[in-house]
Ligand binder design. Structure first.
Ligand code: FAD
Ligand code: MLT
Ligand code: ZN
Length: 507
């Protein structure tokens, strides 16, 4: 049965640094016989394939084969868009028996190349599984298909006075299954914690096609190993998440935000302490934007620029959000904070721009959320998403810039900008190097330099975006050999044939 298909060794090309770690397993390309079989399992509109009998034009597969940054490119011939868990199970079983590799794909907004093929793996896109299965207005527990778009879930909850416990700039496209599979952090982690806490249950199709039903709606369940945790952040390497049960949070009655302009980075930490002390239970976000990141956001039309006098002399900005139960109470707290910050003998801030309306609230957030898009409009981004002590954010950005300067790469036709922004409250810096083009010269100047720098702070090379294909070789900077060995054994236990998202996460 296998003789007509071409066996691949993954990877065959592209990632030179993998030369010494080439996996030993073989995968098979999809054949016309496979496509004919998929067409029997799925509705006609759910099978896209350049192969007969379907024969979709290759251009229609492009959005599935290329990632959001247009940095990682696959050559899959076949995209499957199942509508039910049973369909997913049948596809996976077929692929496992024939050693056809699968890339689970959600909204394809990932930033580490995890959701696109390395060669021509089948793309299993979950976008057609987009139904809310149940919602309990007392507990706030929502159960949904994994292909539900995050923003659609948030909108579903509005009339019930609940909000999703996570929010990110990609909310309009990313899916809850992708969020769970990357253990996405985002803008609300400071308040609502990680998905390891708010996800209560999962339904997963295992690599042999078995449906693992752990779609619990219980807050407490100590019956042995908590298996669902393994799939949170597994980036599609252990199975396909098809259903998610998640605890939503009561919607705050009042939210406000203020953009604080700081004369120097050194003030960020004392400011964070003071903001926490004064705002305590109503503090819901504390986000960092350095001056260059702010300027890029404004240049590319993200949010509304602050007035010149508010920006003058600012080395960086912090966006503070409050979410609480009573508007007058929260506003009083925020105003008192601002007054005390401005009137201090040695003020930690130059100014604070307080939103006065829902529109201004959104405009301030748009500056912060829009940096990712601004960076990608400006050039090609090398994105390092790292956990390091907050006190070292500026040093790491400056050291990286100096390093690139010393290599003669800081020039308009090579590296245009080195910027920093991120989730200070979570110790998560987004170090972005914006280049004119992706080039081996820039990449080898950055790696392992950045990873060694992170390691010197005992940090993490991936705070929230995951490992994907980008950082498999860098896992060792944050995980010791024993941990990596255990991860590999878990992978083999779940996926002995190695069909599930090969070449991702594990080196
Ligand atoms: P995809 O990109 O499609 O896939 C991501 C990974 O998950 C891949 O490895 C894929 O194989 C796997 N996967 C997807 N769906 C499933 C499934 N159902 N079952 C098994 N595996 C699956 N990330 C953050 O953490 N915080 C942020 O603040 C943030 N902001 C962003 C802002 C912008 C503008 C953009 C473009 C990205 C941002 N991201 C952020 C990164 C990205 O949005 C998140 O990683 C998101 O969770 C990915 O969801 P997705 O549905 O797009 O997944
Ligand atoms: C963010 O915090 O804006 C996201 O993680 C995306 C990015 O790093 O650009
Ligand atoms: Zn982030």
């Amino acid at each position: 049965m296998f003789t007509r298909s071409v066996a691949h060794r993954i990877p065959l090309r592209a990632f030179k640094r993998w030369a010494h770690t080439t996996p030993t397993m073989n995968y098979r390309s999809v054949t016309e016989e496979d496509v004919a079989h998929f067409a029997k399992i799925l509705a006609p509109s759910s099978v896209l394939s350049t192969l007969a009998p379907v024969s979709t034009p290759a251009s229609e597969l492009s959005i599935y084969n290329n990632d959001w940054m247009n940095k990682y490119h696959g050559k899959s011939t076949t995209v499957l868009r199942p509508k039910t868990t049973k369909e997913v199970s049948e596809i996976v079983k077929w692929c496992n028996e024939r050693r056809i590799a699968i890339v689970p794909q959600g909204g394809n907004t990932g930033l580490v190349g995890g959701g696109v093929p390395i060669i021509d793996e089948v793309i299993l896109n979950l976008g057609n599984m987009n139904k809310i299965r149940s919602f309990d207005p007392v507990s706030g527990i929502i159960v949904a298909d994994s292909g539900c778009v995050l923003e659609a879930m948030s909108e579903y909850l509005v009339p019930h006075h609940y909000i999703m416990p996570l929010d990110l700039g990609a909310k309009g496209s990313c899916q809850i299954g992708g969020n769970v599979s990357t253990n996405a952090g985002g803008l609300r982690l400071l308040r609502y914690g990680s998905l390891h806490g708010s996800v209560l249950g999962l339904e997963v199709v295992l690599p042999d096609g078995t449906i693992l039903d752990q779609l619990s709606t219980l807050r407490k369940d100590n019956t042995g190993y908590d298996l669902k945790q393994l799939f949170i952040g597994a980036e599609g390497t252990l199975g396909v998440v098809t259903g998610v049960s998640i605890l939503s949070a009561p919607a705050p009655n009042a939210s406000s935000n203020v953009m604080l302009a700081l004369p120097k980075y050194e003030n960020v930490l004392p400011l964070f302490r003071e903001v926490k002390r004064q705002l305590s239970e109503i503090l819901s976000a504390f986000e960092f934007i350095d001056r260059r990141a702010y300027e890029l956001a404004v240049k590319h039309g993200q949010g509304r620029a602050l007035n010149d006098e508010d920006v003058e002399g600012a080395e960086c900005f912090v966006l503070v959000e409050t979410s609480g139960g009573k508007r007058e109470h929260d506003e009083e707290k925020l105003n008192t904070l601002l007054e005390s910050l401005m009137e201090a003998d040695e003020p930690l801030i130059n100014t604070g721009v307080l939103s006065q309306s829902p529109l201004q609230f959104s405009q301030l957030w748009a500056i912060r959320e829009g940096i990712t898009e601004a960076v990608s409009k400006e050039g090609k981004a090398y994105k390092y998403d790292i956990s390091i002590p907050v006190a070292s954010f500026k040093t790491v950005v400056d050291t990286t810039r100096d390093h690139l300067q010393s290599k003669g790469l800081l020039r308009d036709d090579a590296v245009k900008h080195v910027v920093g922004y991120g989730h200070v409250g979570d110790g998560n810096l987004h170090l972005n190097i914006v280049a004119a083009e992706y080039s081996p010269e820039i990449e080898s100047a950055l790696e392992p330099f950045v990873y060694e720098l992170v390691q010197s702070y005992k940090g993490s090379v991936s705070a929230e975006h995951g490992i994907g294909v980008m950082k498999t070789h860098a896992l060792q900077y944050s995980k010791n050999a024993t941990s990596i060995d255990l991860m590999r054994r878990i992978k083999t236990l779940f996926d002995p044939n190695g069909i599930m998202n090969p070449g991702k996460v594990l080196p």
